[in-house]
Design a protein around this ligand. Sequence first.
Ligand SMILES: Nc1nc2c(ncn2[C@@H]2O[C@H](COP(=O)(O)OP(=O)(O)OP(=O)(O)O)[C@@H](O)[C@H]2O)c(=O)[nH]1
Ligand SMILES: [Mg+2]
Length: 253
Amino acid sequence: MPEYAKMKKPDVKLVILGDMNVGKTSLLHRYMERKFKETISTVGGAFFLKQWGPYNISIWDTAGREQFHGLGSMYCRGAAAIILTYDVTNWQSLVELEDRFLSLTDTANSDCIFAVVGNKADLTDPEAGLKEEEEEEEGEEEGGEGEKAERPARPPPTPPSPVARRKVHREDAIALYGRILRYKMLDERASLPAEKMCFETSAKTGYNVDLLFETLFDMVLPSILKKRSGNDSPTVDLEECRGAKRTKAGCCS
Ligand SMILES: Nc1nc2c(ncn2[C@@H]2O[C@H](COP(=O)(O)OP(=O)(O)OP(=O)(O)O)[C@@H](O)[C@H]2O)c(=O)[nH]1
Ligand SMILES: [Mg+2]
């Protein structure tokens, strides 16, 4: 069978936006490949496919560099969820979300879900700095060959730099979320609450990364069912939603 014929058709689209260097690609690598690795600045965009129960979710990584700005609204077309990403140590990266990226989301679905995500929390928050490094170490030990057992124990991870490096506080992100809802002319009381939709993550340690993606996957299921039923009725089969099984399976970029 030719390669293209094996491609699964995505049921729904999720897009990651944000300034260059905030860690969009790293977040996706962390989630899809379970590791933090060197990245190069994204050119254009890249597409990953995630199987979530019986559904296929396409996740689009976009380039934050100004020169690719024009492509942003094309990537957002028909999106059911958009992750607006900033760097907690860089105030300007939050400002850019409102000034440069929010208008790109005009092409998304009218019921698009927004998450505001502060990445690089390992640099500011001791808990985020340690979390999954420990798990990785355990993983290495489990899969290890005999000689690995003789390695001297690694020194404990270096504590993160002082919290003073933090330039964006959670309240700033929550305030931005409120302004996004107003921009979209959505009623704050009828929308998903800011506390639930503002995350702090670390692609480096994995802190809150699964939580971010999997919360959004669950939230877009009604959108898939609506699309499949081919009408715009907000009625959703909750039984079908609940039946969705979580898989960690693959990507195609
Ligand atoms: N400490 C820390 N560094 C990170 C984290 N995420 C990404 N980085 C680093 O930040 C730099 C940029 O990461 P990318 O994932 O390439 O950023 P991007 O948003 O995709 O950038 P563009 O593709 O240019 O838009 C790299 O040096 C990463 O190693 C994180 O959670 N913590
Ligand atoms: Mg990138």
